[in-house]
Design a protein around this ligand. Sequence first.
Ligand code: F6P
Length: 360
Amino acid sequence: MKKIGILTGGGDAPGLNAVLRAAVKIAINQFGCDVFGIKNGFEGFLDPDGIVLLDLAAVRGILPQGGTILGAANRGNPFARKVILDGKEVIEDVSDQVVARFNELEFEALIVVGGDGTLKIGLELYEKGVPVIGVPKTIDNDVNGTEVTFGFDTALNIATEAIDRLHTTAESHHRVMILELMGRDAGFITLHAGVAGGADVILIPEIPFRFESVCEKIQSRVENGRLFSIIVVSEGAYPEGEQQVFRRAGDEVFVARLGGIGQVVGKFVEEVCGTEARVTVLGHIQRGGTPTAFDRWLATRYGASAVRAAAAGRFGRMVSLSDAKIVDVLLKDVLKIPKRVDVNGDAVTTARGLGISFGD
Ligand code: F6P
């Protein structure tokens, strides 16, 4: 193995640089192989200046850095790319150009670091003959086939710290503090942070909630002398029989952008439960900054294993964490269904046992 490519697709997540650093070091030190970075997701293949050599100097000092030195693009799907033709916007499949450039560059493998969207593109390119290996990245932890994605632990820690900070104001001012967290259609960040931060109500997309039930929980706490409450709500959570709340609709290129359910819950708490409420939206704070030690450790192991999988010719697969070991699994199996919180699993059962309400 002499030459491989690596790219980071979709939104950034803490630990991307740790993956790049490990992949480059293992490729050079153990296989004498050059690594080339593709800039801005798959877009780099379509850009004459989009491919850069990643030598040891290029990855020096990046382990604790958030973001990605390669840049990311969450609209860079080569199978559905927005282009201007005769002054009009059209959606084009330019995947053949990506495959042609990959072959021209004489790469022997392509390591694709991303969430479900990016991994799906990776699988489609694999089906067109590109030797792809996936690495599961996302703060949402919604990728199947692995116990955890890198990026999740950092987001979880940031979200938990935010709950701790909101607690002091909630208690001092006898208020309901509502924290809206990311996660798209999966409630992992909200569930884990809610339990770790001692929230009173956890609202996640997997368990549609009733406003009345949220009010009952707040009121029962007041009756027991607890004059404040903490509600954590996932951006994808929604009331029973209603729809998720979006900031922007999606199209062929962009996925719809969730956001706003925190304000909806806050309004109800003030107007119907009759309790003073404040809403905080944590947003991209969850994705930025330095990765936790766990994410650096996991991302490093993923990056190293991806290179080893490439050397062993294990293509069409994704490196994953299973029983504390790194293994690899078929990408097509991983992408069959997205990972969601098990509503009957021990995490939800434990939270209920602790007296946390899911609003159902
Ligand atoms: O998938 C990661 C994530 O941070 C989601 O939790 C969130 O819904 C989305 O990305 C936000 O995307 P953007 O950065 O495009 O606003």
